[in-house]
Design a protein around this ligand. Structure first.
Ligand code: FE2
Length: 373
């Protein structure tokens, strides 16, 4: 049963549902409106008539069939309408959509850990690893080959390397007792939890380490779930949350290849008001340039979240050994390490991807599995 209104129609699917004429006309899936090979829209949305409306609309078998007043004829499978039904709540037709699972110190005993070879032997295992990275933002991969450049090769196995102003394959090492560094990561000092490259307007979404050797004393890796910190702050101090979601903070870093600087809120929200990007790097923050009357309130909020990041109950700590990789969602999870010493060597290599590459791999594996079944 279809009821025609002024600018929309009502139809009973699993629930009473409403679809607007302009939306339906725009999303016609016939081969005239959508290229049959590329599945790209060929209909020009801007050219749809302002008074677009059905002359006739009815359910025929398992489809909604519409004869439009511009002479076009459309057929929408009901199953397609159900999966794109926006009338009661927002739909999500992305097969790679996941569920954010927040964590704190208790997560330490159950950080998702995978065997390197298993990720190459089984697409199902690779899928599970991608999903854990998507949902938790922190994973460990054990027993990777002790070969220089392996982290770059692994990134290419999953997706595409995201280049930044450092080398495509970045080395982190220090000779204990010597200060031979150009940034704190390359010293033996403690490295406070941070996200990498917050100076980019679009920071790399996946941060990947590979320990070619780790024979030092100390130097345990640390990680903090920035989304969990933000959720706690929102509950405990909504005003501080709002300040950090609306006040731009300046970050900058440079290398021989470039000088990157930008100002963005520590908490970047999406169009629905949900947290999308968490940035935090004490060492890369630059003097903030905000209105004088806002300065005291900003520092109160900024220092509060900084203390929450340092709180032991929010932080996991674990040892990464020679051959281990750590992979984080760098738009959510902060990483760091304790100070280290001793006679042993410590050398890791670092590369980046984007979270889009991880979600892309999920969609591709699911598609393969669907085609094979
Ligand atoms: Fe880092």
């Amino acid at each position: 049963m279809v009821t025609l209104n002024q600018t929309s129609l009502d139809i009973e699917l699993d629930q009473p549902s409403q679809f607007h004429y302009v939306w339906l006309r725009d999303n016609c899936i016939c081969s005239e409106c959508m290229h049959p090979d590329t599945l790209e829209r060929t209909l020009i949305t801007a050219e749809i008539a302002d008074d677009i409306a059905p002359q006739d609309a009815q359910v025929d078998k398992d489809s909604l069939v519409i004869d439009w007043n511009d002479g076009h004829h459309s057929r929408y499978p009901l199953v397609w309408l159900k999966s794109h039904n926006y009338s009661q709540s927002r739909f999500n037709s992305d097969p790679a959509a996941g569920e954010i699972k927040l964590w704190d110190r208790e997560f330490q005993s159950r950080i998702p850990s995978y065997d390197y070879q298993a990720l190459h032997d089984s697409q199902q295992t690779l899928l599970e690893w991608c999903c854990d990275l998507r949902d938790y933002g922190l994973t460990i991969v054990r027993n990777a080959p002790l070969v220089e450049g392996e982290i770059e090769r692994f990134a290419e196995y999953v997706g595409v390397v995201r280049e930044v102003i450092y080398d495509r394959l970045h080395n982190v090492r220090a000779t204990p007792g010597e200060y031979n560094a150009y940034n704190v990561a390359s010293t033996t000092l403690e490295l406070k939890p941070h996200t990498d490259m917050p100076c980019y307007n679009n920071p790399p979404g996946v941060q990947m380490f590979h320990f070619l050797v780790n024979e030092t004393e100390g130097g345990e890796s640390t990680a903090v779930d920035g989304f969990n910190i933000a959720a706690k702050l929102k509950e405990q101090d909504p005003q501080a949350y709002r300040i950090l979601a609306t006040t731009p903070v300046s970050f900058q870093m440079d290398s021989a290849r470039g000088d990157i600087a930008s100002s963005n809120p520590l908490l970047t929200l999406d169009a629905n008001g949900e947290l999308k990007v968490f940035r935090f790097s004490n060492q890369l923050a630059r003097p903030c340039n905000i209105a004088a009357e806002d300065m005291d309130d900003f520092y109160r909020a900024y220092r509060k979240i900084g203390r929450m990041i340092e709180a032991p109950e929010n932080k996991v700590q674990f040892r990464l050994n020679t051959g281990d990789m750590m992979v984080t969602n760098n738009l959510r999870v902060m990483h760091g390490r304790n100070a280290y010493g001793g006679e042993g060597q410590r050398h890791l290599q670092l590369s980046y991807m984007d979270m889009d590459d991880v979600l892309s791999r999920i969609r591709m594996i699911l598609k393969q599995q669907q085609e094979a079944s």
